[in-house]
Design a protein around this ligand. Structure first.
Ligand SMILES: NC(=O)c1ccc[n+]([C@@H]2O[C@H](COP(=O)([O-])OP(=O)(O)OC[C@H]3O[C@@H](n4cnc5c(N)ncnc54)[C@H](OP(=O)(O)O)[C@@H]3O)[C@@H](O)[C@H]2O)c1
Length: 347
């Protein structure tokens, strides 16, 4: 009865003659909302983790939306979680901004992380309330911190160059802005995006916050220009590919001739796909002493933090390590490929 009136209320908000067709789940269900969810490693990893967490009855179900799907489709997904008792919650990828824009009024509580970033990556339920979080600042931060270690920017004087002002790029910047220890904050952060709207939104977010990091916003889609920007960085700088290029679409934001900062860090935030950027950086790993990372740790922190929120459990280091160990056998194996076009490969 309550669910029925809630469903009708949601329907009225739609302003159209439609009713959500809520599927009544027989098993507790954790959703993964994305684009090609069946291809993600989580489909194989989740059952192992559910067992290890003592909740083997929970099943993982993917919901694939088209890129920039219509608002009604996102509202149906949110309604399914909100109205079906055994739908526990979700991790949302790719659609984090669109989903919140389409369905903000359906959430009872939005965490400040969602308000600042304008996105929802985690949908959970507590005491009958539907809750939205943006977990990326936390989870990208846990991954970056593990790669850089304490006082990285004070030790190296490096800057940050981030390609892609989407959800992840924004989260990484926010994480660095919020670093309490000034030695963990870079002096300069350069954000490059290929089109204007996301870059403007990013700039607006940064300008609403207090920060001593000098931000630069560059509108660019030319890999050779990106090589030049990269060449202007001091040694020790951190270069991040948060564009999805090399997984969601082919290529890399830089060319094979682009020189990564000496003694620096190259972070490709994906762990599967062609990963051209990762291969480009790997080709310079020894000659230029570049630390090269992929997105596996980000995957682990992302999923474990979302699971903790949805299942209302703690995620201490010991539990994280146990889950990481269980997942390690399912990690896609990356073998560096030579980049014949690069200057370094020729020498
Ligand atoms: N390892 C993990 O667990 C993990 C976690 C989170 C995300 N990811 C992956 O990270 C990638 C990014 O995620 P996201 O959520 O941030 O995606 P997103 O919101 O779609 O953002 C991607 C951004 O990159 C920009 N871009 C694309 N090509 C570019 C180029 N050549 N130069 C500069 N900017 C470019 C896009 O510009 P426009 O504004 O023009 O579209 C967009 O703003 C995805 O592939 C995602 O799967 C992995």
């Amino acid at each position: 009865m309550v669910a029925d009136s809630l469903e009708n209320a949601l329907m009225v908000k739609e302003g159209v003659e439609m009713k959500y067709h809520i599927s009544t789940k027989k098993e507790p269900t954790f959703y993964f909302v994305g684009v090609t969810t069946s291809k993600s490693s989580i489909m194989n990893v989740f059952p192992l983790w559910a067992e290890a967490l003592g909740r083997p009855e929970i099943v993982m179900e993917g919901i694939d939306h088209a890129l920039h799907d219509n608002p009604g489709a996102y509202r149906r997904t949110v309604a399914q979680i909100k109205l079906d008792p055994l739908s526990l919650g979700a991790l949302v990828t790719t659609h984090k901004i669109d989903l919140l824009e389409a369905a903000e009024d359906m959430f009872d509580v939005l965490h400040p992380s969602s308000r600042i970033t304008g996105e929802v990556s985690c949908i959970s339920k507590r005491d009958g309330l539907l809750i939205g979080h943006a977990k990326d600042p936390l989870t990208s931060g846990l991954s970056l911190d593990a790669v850089l270690g304490e006082d990285y920017f004070a030790r190296t004087g490096g800057h940050v160059l981030n390609f892609g002002a989407g959800g992840s790029g924004k989260a990484i910047a926010l994480h660095l802005i919020q670093k309490a220890n000034p030695h963990d904050r870079p002096e300069r952060f350069v954000m490059v995006n290929r089109s204007k709207p996301r870059l403007v939104k990013f700039q607006e977010m940064v300008e609403r916050l207090e920060t001593d990091i000098a931000f630069e916003y560059i509108l660019n889609n030319d890999p050779e220009r990106n090589d030049e920007i990269m060449a202007g960085l001091p040694d020790g700088s951190v270069v991040i590919n948060a564009t999805g290029m090399g997984k969601d679409r082919p290529g890399s934001p830089v060319t094979d001739k682009g020189l990564f900062p000496g003694d620096g860090v190259a972070w490709e935030i994906n762990y599967r796909g062609e990963l051209d950027f990762w291969h480009q950086a790997k080709a310079q790993e020894e000659n230029r002493s570049v630390t090269v990372e992929d997105g596996w740790l980000y995957f682990l922190h992302g999923w474990t933090q979302h699971i903790a929120e949805v299942l209302h459990i703690g995620m201490d280091q010991e539990t994280f390590n146990r889950l990481a160990e269980l997942a390690s056998g399912l990690r896609p194996h990356l073998v560096p490929k030579p980049r014949p076009g690069s200057d370094l490969a020729e020498t």
